[in-house]
Design a protein around this ligand. Structure first.
Ligand code: BES
Ligand code: MN
Ligand code: ZN
Length: 493
């Protein structure tokens, strides 16, 4: 999708559809573009509001062909809800909804009209992010002769800078890169293939990529990670991608972004039911998110070093698979009793967390489709946020708000740790049915120890089982935009 800026007055823009934000019924329409349209079309705006055909609710759309006084072939009003609640997050969704609705009508070129007070860099960047995310469809394996519908041009009209457009492009494309990876089925995206994709991303972005193989991980002593991998014919890899600023100040923070990379999760010997097991191809969404984020950071150049870590494994019930009751020795030296082989994400993450600390990370953020329990707690709306450091957590929550990604803090009090007692090893890998997302987080916290750490459980939000007006069904790319913003806000000292 080509992105561009239109500097013409709105009426002079030649495009397939001029997209115009419009608010709920009682919002004033006696100035600006809406007034201009109403006048030129002999009262189209008044009529559709009065008839109830269009009420300005979020994602509603109304299209007029061949509008009088405009060079655009169509005018497309996009509902933006209540004007006093309008925000960059709402605009992002509105842009996505408009793109998806018009794309479905085979419109290939469109321009979004941004008027004060919604014109300016943050608004423009958000609109571009929303448009790119809205354009994405997980349809790459559909072969039908019918030409696929694609949006070719998305323009921003009204005040917008090239820099804002570029920033929006980087974030929107990063989100879609993560979605493309998460959508790959298990046969096409094995741990080895994921490592190859990371190498290609690093080469293109000018980043350093290092991939640890099974032998190296055995030498290091990553028993928890290797235990998960041993049931699969596909070898595991620990993928590292490094961003380094031109100069690193003494005592500068070093951010580690750690993403769960289970390319397919059958559950292992504690096998999952077959219903909806196909969705477990997205169990590497956290890994995809951190790779996408560091690819974007290569272009945005934060002030501090950032390293992405992706433990990539397939969780299978093979003849060599680990058994319930197996005890593994972690890189940190603690032993874990594997009571349930389906609680594999935390096993691969703890060795990676320890390794990140050994390499000098001062701040840890892990992103994982970790528990079904987080979907029970927060549904498909909010990402669960867990942390051992309130100030760091607040910075992440602020970044999430600006990025327009809903995230909600969850408790990690020690009182839940009663559930994490094993008779035979230092820790079991599961607690009870109650507070499952919290005990999973507490298990990780044991390995983060005193290092400032945040855990994002994206199991409920990384995959949409139904499409939204602004986003297709399937992988959502959640957390990518927040991670990028968080990294950008770190100071060198
Ligand atoms: N990958 C799953 C979590 C998951 C569930 C992600 C549903 C997305 C949708 C994870 O590895 C898992 O299986 N967790 C278990 C933990 C349990 C055995 C303690 C779960 O949530 O059931
Ligand atoms: Mn599992
Ligand atoms: Zn899993």
């Amino acid at each position: 999708m080509e992105l561009r800026i239109e500097n013409q007055p709105f009426a002079g823009i030649e495009t397939g559809a001029l997209i115009v934000p419009a608010f709920e019924k009682d919002a004033p329409r006696d100035s600006g573009l809406l007034k201009e349209i109403n006048g030129a079309t002999g009262g189209w705006i008044d009529e559709i509001y009065a008839s109830g055909e269009f009420a300005g609710k979020s994602a509603e759309i109304a299209v007029l062909h061949r509008p009088q006084g405009f060079r655009a072939r169509r005018l497309a009003l996009i509902g933006c809800g209540k004007p006093d609640r309008f925000s960059t997050a709402e605009l992002r969704r509105a842009a996505g909804a408009a793109v998806r609705a018009l794309k479905a009508k085979s419109v290939r070129e469109m321009a979004l009209a941004l008027e004060a007070p919604w014109a300016g860099d943050d608004w423009a960047a958000a609109a571009v992010e929303g448009a790119l995310a809205g354009e994405f469809d997980p349809d790459r394996y559909k072969t039908g002769e019918e030409e696929k519908k694609r949006v070719e041009v998305f323009a921003l009209a009204g005040a917008a800078s090239e820099a804002a457009l570029e920033r929006g492009r980087i974030l929107g494309e990063a989100q879609n890169f993560a979605r493309e990876l998460a959508n790959e089925p298990g046969n096409r995206l094995t741990p080895g293939v994921l490592a190859g994709r990371a190498r290609a991303l690093a080469a293109e972005a000018g980043l350093e990529c290092e991939v640890l193989d099974q032998d190296r991980m055995r030498q290091l002593g990553m028993g928890a990670l290797l235990g998960v991998a041993q049931g699969s014919a596909e070898p595991p890899y620990l993928i590292l991608v490094r961003y380094r600023p031109p100069s690193v100040a003494e005592g500068a923070p070093h951010l580690a972004l750690i993403g769960k990379g289970v390319t397919f999760d059958t559950g292992g010997i504690s096998i999952k039911p077959s219903e909806r097991m196909e969705e477990m191809k997205y169990d590497m969404s956290g890994g995809a998110a951190v790779l996408a984020a560091i690819g974007a950071l290569a272009r945005l150049k934060p002030a501090i070093p950032v390293t992405a870590f992706v433990p990539a494994v397939e969780n299978m019930p093979g003849g060599k698979a680990q058994r319930p009751g197996d005890i593994v020795r972690t890189l940190a030296g603690k032993t874990v009793e594997v009571l349930n082989t389906d609680a594999e994400g935390r096993l691969i993450l703890i060795d990676t967390i320890t390794y990140a600390k050994q390499l000098g990370a001062t701040h840890l953020v892990d992103v994982a489709t970790l528990t079904g329990a987080i979907a029970v707690a927060l549904g498909g709306v909010n990402v669960g946020v867990f942390s051992n450091h309130e100030e760091f957590q607040n910075r992440l929550l602020a970044a999430a708000r600006e990025a327009g990604e809903k995230m909600w803090p969850m408790p990690v009090d020690e009182e839940y740790k009663e559930q994490l007692k094993s008779a035979f090893a230092d820790l079991p890998n599961i607690g009870t049915r109650y507070g499952g997302a919290i005990t999973a987080a507490l298990f990780l916290k044991e390995f983060a120890e005193e290092t400032p750490w945040i855990h994002l459980d994206i199991a409920g939000t990384a995959w949409l089982s139904e499409s939204k007006p602004f986003l297709a069904k399937g992988p959502s790319g959640v957390a990518v935009r927040t991670l990028i913003r968080l990294a950008m806000e770190f100071k060198a000292n």
